[in-house]
Design a protein around this ligand. Structure first.
Ligand SMILES: Nc1nc2c(c(=O)[nH]1)N[C@@H](CN(C=O)c1ccc(C(=O)N[C@@H](CCC(=O)O)C(=O)O)cc1)CN2
Length: 306
């Protein structure tokens, strides 16, 4: 097999952000509506801080009004729910996002279900889950990571996936299940596999499209990949990298890897996303796209297609 094509998520994300920026300017000039995105973070988890910072910065660059709500780790559930109620009622806020994971003392489901479904730009609210799974996707906000993964798949295979078999490894509500709905809507034949699937490697080897969202560093190697498959790696795992040296406390430096062993899988795949630089940047780009869609709805203007 020839070396696999590297699917450049950073470049695809930049193209989407470009469209969002242009369309935001058009919307604001025509209607006076400025898309507003409220990003809520509770606590100091370092990775979450980075993601939230990046979301707020990208939102500003798109021409949005971006409001970051940083709440201390000890914030109670009631106070967080009150903050969400205020944001639901604020007409200048079109998108609300609560960064996950939340501290253990807060019920994540309760918080997500408190967000107005029409401002739920993460697409996690049950109303949006229901819209997506019943095919009412024109009204649904689609979760950002699967939506971004789908754009990368379409870049390689086009819009019609009929006749293709897709295997998703991972059954989370945030990635695995919505990814399955999107692939099904594009007419792929879909299997959701997981850590308890018997002979996982052989199931994966049946896939023309293999999506890895299992959360285990480099778990899927070449033995899981069919010749010519498109491999989408959703995993973002930080692992020790002593070969890069040590920090001042003597701890090994770290590096990011996906759920797929890139070098090994590349020998079989036709196209594969890297980590970093694959699906991750698309998550943030699709959040901008969802927020613009929400603002367009509020202004009664047709939203752009991505
Ligand atoms: N409310 C939400 N919480 C979380 C989501 C989400 O979609 N909504 N997803 C993840 C984290 N996440 C966004 O929040 C996210 C993860 C990774 C990236 C990204 O761009 N990764 C880069 C590498 C960045 C690095 O160096 O650490 C890449 O893959 O190239 C963006 C967003 C959990 N929480």
């Amino acid at each position: 097999m020839a070396e696999a094509k590297r699917i450049d998520g950073k470049a695809a994300a930049a193209r989407i952000i470009d469209i969002v920026t242009r369309e935001t300017a058009t919307l604001t000039t025509a209607t006076g509506v400025v898309p507003g995105l409220a990003v809520v973070i509770v606590g100091e988890d370092p990775a979450s801080q980075v993601y939230v910072g990046s979301k707020a910065k990208t939102a500003k660059a798109c021409g949005f009004k971006s409001i970051k709500h940083e709440l201390p780790a000890e914030t109670g559930e009631a106070a967080l729910l009150k903050r969400i109620a205020d944001l639901n009622a604020d007409p200048e806020v079109h998108g609300i996002l609560v960064q996950l994971p939340l501290p253990k003392h807060i019920d994540e489901t309760k918080v997500v279900q408190a967000i107005d479904p029409d401002k739920d730009v993460d697409g996690f609210h049950l109303i949006n889950v229901g819209r997506l799974s019943t095919g009412a996707s024109a009204k649904a906000f689609v979760p950002c990571t699967p939506a971004g993964s789908m754009i990368l798949i379409r870049e390689v295979l086009g819009d019609d996936l009929s006749g293709k078999s897709a295997v998703i490894v991972g059954r989370s509500n945030i990635v695995g299940k919505p990814m399955a709905q999107l692939l099904l809507a594009a007419d792929a034949t879909v299997t959701i596999a997981h850590s308890r699937t018997r002979d996982l490697a052989s199931v994966c080897r049946g896939a023309d499209i293999l999506v890895a969202a299992v959360g285990r560093p480099e778990m899927l190697n070449g033995a899981y990949v069919k010749d010519g498959a498109v491999v989408i790696d959703v995993g973002i795992n930080r692992v020790d990298a002593p070969e890069k040296g040590h920090d001042e406390d003597g701890m090994p430096k770290t590096r990011l890897v996906g759920d797929v062993n890139y070098a090994d899988a590349s020998e079989k795949a036709a196209a594969i996303t890297p980590v970093p630089g694959g699906v991750g940047p698309m998550t943030i780009a699709m959040l901008m796209a969802n927020t613009l869609r929400s603002a367009c709805r509020a202004a009664d203007v047709a939203p752009p297609k991505f």
